[in-house]
Design a protein around this ligand. Structure first.
Ligand code: GLY
Length: 500
């Protein structure tokens, strides 16, 4: 049957082309750059070499820390080249990156031993879910438990993540519209890095139905966009507010000066605003990510790894920062997926190639980290850091995801389980978590106490795995309700309490 839009074959073809073009432009498709991504440059052989190298350095690290899971490497000591023993504590902002790297190795190789190690190092960080002394809960907990949950769907990790999000949210002041980064300087300092910690809040909001966590994260992102970003796309490190939310001053404790551009901070902005766009779909954050990216890319040196500050006046303290490059590469690979701008993909590839070369990779040295030449603070360069290693592995993983390359099958064990809904008691919105050991006919239904069916939430064939299902009780009266899971002939039931 001919469509009503088409009168004659030529007109029909033209109409089709017009519709396709409008759809693609709606999707922000960039015609000038489409099809030009360098898919051939970072070959599977180079990736395999990079992973072999990562494996040998992570094993070297495990020996060095005596397989003690309470030790979480931060950065190497410039003299010994080994992980600095004074920065191995759970309290460090860096403590989640080592376990995060172990999760990435598991996902990239499918080797079970990485999973066991990742679980052990992750679970040691559990006490940090309550640590409220700074904003870095996101770095510590999302890199460890967040990756663990994404990989294993473990219910206990879900609860840990929600607890950590709650801890972080308590550092938010609605008058200022931001989370306080530090307690040790200024009045109410908020740093550009803080954008990264919002992922924990957005994730927790999405997976628990807790809208206030979403609002906190979005408000913080808006405040940061207004005050950290300069007109030209560069960023300040620190913005200090008075108690009414007015800006006291803007400065840096990392870069070369108050108006300089600390490149790792710029990389946090690239990655952070891109991630915020993922959760909010608000174009202003995508625009911010693009502006920060253009600024960064235009100033990269020939080897695609920036110096620690774009405007360091003293050559003697000017060192490279592989961590800034790795963070940006991972951010670009996500940004590419929203813009289809090959510049981002190709820059990420160039960074990965450079970091995998002997200029930055430690395959020809005894250093304990996977990458060398990160800079911790101004004048403290040429070290390995667990965060450069983590974002490097993440960028490799994202690169493979973008190209839809195959990943190894993971041996993730599922159990038939129906959990208590969260929150409970609840006011209208709650989340029901269940998991299935085997695929099969599945039904999840809510009943009132008289046995009257209220709503069927799931009905049909489901794969094995874990699932989060939102339930909205708007329009129902307060009281106790029953939800029942049926899977392959087994029935599990729980109660929940609605308070209107
Ligand atoms: N978040 C601390 C740093 O990037 O150095």
């Amino acid at each position: 049957m001919r469509s009503k839009l088409c009168i004659g074959d030529t007109l029909c073809l033209l109409t089709g082309i017009l519709i396709a073009v409008s759809l693609l432009s709606l999707l922000n498709y960039n015609f000038a750059t489409a099809q030009q991504i360098s898919t051939h440059k970072f070959e599977s052989q180079s990736i395999q070499q990079a992973l072999n190298h990562a494996e040998s350095k992570l094993l070297q690290t495990l020996d060095e820390i005596n397989h003690n899971p309470s030790k979480h490497p931060g950065h190497t000591n410039p003299e010994s080249g080994q992980w600095d023993i004074n920065y191995l504590s759970r309290n460090e902002w860096t403590s989640g990156f080592f376990s995060g790297s172990l999760w990435y190795m598991y996902r990239l190789t499918g080797d079970e031993s990485w999973k066991d190690l990742a679980i052990t190092w992750t679970e040691d960080l559990e006490p940090m879910t309550n640590a409220n002394f700074d904003h870095d809960t996101g770095f510590r907990i999302f890199s460890s438990f967040g990756n663990g949950y994404k990989t294993l769907n473990k219910r206990t990790y879900y609860r840990t993540l929600l607890r950590a999000a709650n801890t972080l949210s308590r550092r938010f002041d609605p008058t200022i519209g931001a989370i306080k980064s530090w307690d040790w300087t200024g009045n109410y300092p908020v740093i550009i890095d803080n954008l990264m910690n919002l992922e924990l809040l957005f994730w927790a909001a999405e997976n628990s139905g807790n809208r206030s966590l979403y609002n906190i994260a979005k408000t913080h992102a808006e405040t940061s966009l207004e005050h950290h970003m300069r007109e030209d796309g560069s960023t300040y490190h620190v913005v200090d507010f008075d108690n009414n939310g007015n800006v006291y001053r803007k400065f840096t404790t990392q870069g070369a000066g108050p108006t300089s551009v600390w490149t790792r901070g710029q990389a946090w902005a690239i990655y952070g605003f891109t991630m915020i766009y993922r959760f909010t779909e608000d174009k202003k954050f995508l625009d911010a990510a693009e502006a920060a990216s253009q600024y960064f890319i235009e100033r990269l040196p020939d080897d695609f790894v920036p110096y620690y500050d774009f405007y360091e006046p003293y050559r003697s303290v000017q060192t490279k920062d592989a961590s800034a490059a790795a963070i940006a590469a991972s951010g670009f690979l996500e940004l590419y997926q929203y813009t289809f701008n090959s510049l981002y993909f190709n820059t990420a590839v160039e960074i990965l190639l450079s970091l995998s070369s002997s200029d930055y990779s430690t395959h020809q040295s005894s250093l304990s980290s996977i990458l060398n030449k990160s800079t911790l603070h101004r004048g403290f360069g040429n070290v390995g850091t667990s965060y450069a290693d983590y974002y490097y592995l993440e960028a490799i993983l994202r690169y493979k995801e973008v190209l839809q390359e195959e990943f190894p099958e993971l041996n993730v064990k599922n159990f038939l389980f129906l959990d208590q809904n969260y929150p409970n008691p609840f006011n209208n919105r709650t989340i029901i978590y269940y998991s299935l050991e085997q695929s099969g006919e599945t039904e999840l239904t809510v009943y009132d106490m008289t046995g009257r069916r209220i709503q069927t939430l799931v009905n049909g064939q489901m794969p094995a795995g874990s699932f989060l299902v939102p339930f909205d009780g708007s329009g129902l009266s307060s009281g106790v309700y029953i939800y029942r899971l049926r899977n392959n002939g087994t029935v599990l039931t729980r109660k929940m309490t609605l308070i209107q």
